[in-house]
Design a protein around this ligand. Structure first.
Ligand SMILES: [Zn+2]
Length: 314
């Protein structure tokens, strides 16, 4: 089955002219990065832990895709911070459902998300988005190795995604995965689809990953967006602690383009520590219950069965 898609429509045009090379991620200028959205990647696998679904690959492949997602959301001044942990969810049901080669029911979305939560694999922070990678995304039939797809809650927490093997092997393929997952993050941050075939991240059949100022305003008002803490004075290596290692960074930079800070700043802040704790609404039972009610309500109303033209890229 050939899925028309955001990228395919664009690539057909590009191919007609010269090549598909212009399928790279296209964005507007970055804003100063003052906000953060945290995302936890979870990979479904067979019940016995084999056949783990693709996420973003490893090493430079993973770094490249995360960089492209960061480029896309830098337009809104948002850093997308992925958890260092990427747990495996041993569940053949989560991995591909029960529908064989047919279209997977969209209702599987909640079953996957709830199952991962029950297995203790979703983030303990209710404000960290859970992106669960599977082989077959609810609302879609199985897709080929040159495809990527996703289904996300609109304004709620949760994404199911698929990244085909072959896409991970070349930059334009990695761009497609980054585009789809950045688009799904947009849904969690409250962004709906724009009209078809616009130069916009949220456009089905869209040709670029650009965001409008009103979309940026909507995303920034999401409960999943947090302020980045200001840098800790004297913390020159960014480890949230002012210590001997920072003195070394300061000293090594003296007289070079990497010169940073001052001895006095380092000395007067020596020993300072910045807490990296993030807000945890679950600490309040009432707030937690309310949040859960809110999530389930939003999920029923908000999960979008993306037409293939919107989110299956290949
Ligand atoms: Zn969409």
């Amino acid at each position: 089955m050939l899925f028309m898609s955001r990228c395919t429509a664009f690539c057909f045009l590009a191919v007609a002219m010269t090549s598909c090379a212009t399928a790279a991620v296209i964005v507007n200028s970055a804003l100063p990065i003052t906000k953060v959205v945290r995302v936890r990647l979870i990979r479904a696998a067979e019940d016995n832990g084999t056949n783990v679904a693709n996420a973003f690959g490893s090493g430079s492949t993973k770094a490249y895709i995360e960089d492209q997602i960061d480029r896309i959301w830098a337009q809104a001044g948002i850093d997308i911070e992925f958890d260092t942990e990427t747990p495996i969810y041993n569940s053949a049901f989560a991995l591909r459902g029960n529908n064989g080669s047919g279209t997977r029911p969209q209702s599987d979305f909640n079953l996957i998300r709830n199952g991962a939560a029950a297995a203790g694999l979703t983030s303990t922070n209710a404000n960290t988005l859970n992106m669960i990678m599977v082989d077959v995304v609810p609302g879609f039939a199985p897709l080929g190795n040159l495809s990527s797809a996703g289904l996300a809650s609109l304004g709620g927490n949760g994404i199911t995604g698929y990244a085909g093997d072959t896409l991970l092997t070349y930059n334009n393929g990695r761009d497609v995965i980054a585009s789809v997952m950045a688009h799904e993050i947009g849904h969690n941050l409250g962004l709906q689809h724009t009209a078809n075939s616009l130069a916009n991240l949220m456009s089905p059949g869209g040709s670029t990953e650009q965001l409008s100022s009103s979309q940026i305003a909507t995303a920034l008002s999401s409960r999943f967006v947090f302020n980045l803490p200001p840098p800790l004075p004297g913390d020159y290596n960014g480890d949230n602690l002012v210590g001997v290692a920072d003195y070394t960074v300061w000293r090594d930079g003296l007289g070079t383009p990497a010169e940073i800070g001052s001895y006095d700043e380092w000395a007067s802040n020596y020993g300072d520590v910045r807490s990296t704790a993030v807000p945890e609404p679950a600490a309040c039972a009432l707030a937690c219950v309310m949040a859960l009610v809110g999530i389930s309500r939003q999920s029923r109303a908000g999960i979008r069965r993306h037409p293939a033209a919107a989110d299956a890229v290949g």
